[in-house]
Write a protein that binds this ligand. Structure first.
Ligand code: DHB
Length: 379
């Protein structure tokens, strides 16, 4: 088989790249080892920057997002039993973010794809970035896909990253993880609450007027089975407690999962005719929800570069933006989590930093402009 662009991975990066190329009349095939149900079920983050919404809209993939997405103009930082609103829109000249789950974007993009363009159950067994060629197994048989270039959109654990030679890797692990919970209960808040507590970070997000999305900082060795529903709600109540009697509504928990936290960048995001995008090239810790937004800007740039022949500048221009998001995600994570290895001095510094962020217009603006999505002039 032959195509112009062989896309490995049907997550948001691969699916959106396929859509963007389709709109430009460029032929592509998406190879995905899992089945469709698995791809559509995976729960991930759900906070979209304006630029992400704009890209989805421009390629005709935002009908449901426009109907069901929730626009947010602010967020709350909570610590010491008190909440502090960060007025995102006021601080950024009117920018806002949209709450719409990544898994819904995946469903929308799959539904739009032409018949045969996405091959589920196609496991890539070899990536040859020089020829370039991808070998994959489908229904027990090996096939080869020749192409002009390969887009590696198969995440941190995928085959694409492993096929890159001679790159430099930058990495950081954190002494905590997130327990993510989806609960059938109306959100107890209109805006997201990022909460710092000495027992650990907690985040109250939402999915709809009936569904809440909550996260708790847990030990990286914890399993979901260590966290029965009652323990989760008790811990959330403790961490979110305020001095003015705010209450957290609880309800049936539909899903729980533990996500490890790491920072990771591979440079360059290219090897020969293989181009990496999204989690295959970089990972951010989830605080601030930059992962999906970065993946969307990667593939937007990649689609443009494929169309106009600007592929040589892809890695360098993306890495500048990637490192901004890396720093912001690291900053927001270390600002809000409780590091079990931190000494008393470090904890006092952290509390002072939090006080400063909510008290200084300059510091709140730093948070806000990165949170809604900071782009360097000229990209
Ligand atoms: C969500 C996840 C995040 O990591 C975040 O910072 C904000 C929202 C979410 O899943 O809704």
């Amino acid at each position: 088989m032959r195509t112009q662009v062989a896309i490995i991975g049907a997550g948001p990066a691969g699916l959106l790249l396929s859509r963007l190329l389709e709109r430009r009349g460029i032929d592509a095939v998406v190879l995905e080892s899992r089945d469709r149900a698995y791809c559509e079920r995976r729960q991930r983050a759900g906070m979209l920057e304006q630029g992400t919404v704009d890209v989805l809209r421009a390629c005709g993939a935002a009908d449901r997002l426009d109907r069901e997405g929730l626009t947010h103009h602010g967020l709350e930082l909570r610590f010491g039993g008190r909440g502090h609103r960060i007025a995102l829109s006021e601080l950024t000249g009117g920018k806002a973010v949209t709450i719409y789950a990544q898994t819904e974007i995946v469903k929308d993009l799959i539904a739009l794809a032409p018949e045969g363009r996405i091959r589920f159950g196609a496991e890539v067994v070899e990536v040859d970035p020089v020829t370039p060629r991808v070998t994959y197994r489908e229904n027990g048989r090996l096939h080869t896909l020749d192409c002009d270039l390969i887009a590696g959109c198969d995440g941190f654990h995928g085959v694409s990253r492993a096929a890159v030679r001679g790159s430099t890797v930058f990495e950081r692990e954190y002494p905590y993880a997130w327990l993510g919970v989806l609960a059938d209960v109306p959100p107890s808040t209109e805006e997201l609450i990022y909460c710092h507590h000495e027992r650990g970070f907690a985040l109250h997000s939402l999915r709809s007027p009936q569904v809440s999305r909550l996260y708790l900082q847990v030990d990286p060795t914890d399993q979901p089975s260590d966290w029965p529903d009652e323990r989760i709600w008790a811990e959330l109540r403790t961490r979110f407690a305020t001095t003015d009697g705010w209450t957290l509504k609880d309800g049936p928990i539909r899903e729980k999962a533990v996500t490890p936290m790491r920072s990771f960048v591979t440079e360059p995001m290219r090897h020969e005719r293989l181009f990496l995008a999204g989690d295959a090239a970089h990972i951010v810790p989830p605080t601030g929800a930059k992962g999906l937004n970065l993946a969307v800007s990667d593939v937007t740039a990649l689609a443009g570069a494929i169309a106009d022949g600007g592929l040589d500048g892809y890695s360098q221009s993306r890495l500048r933006q990637v490192w901004r998001a890396e720093h912001f995600s690291y900053w927001m994570t270390t600002l809000l989590h409780t590091d079990p290895t931190a000494d008393a001095f470090a904890r006092r510094l952290q509390l002072s930093h939090l006080e400063y962020v909510v008290s200084s217009a300059a510091a709140s603006t730093t948070l806000a402009e990165n949170y809604v999505g900071f782009a360097y002039d000229g990209r």
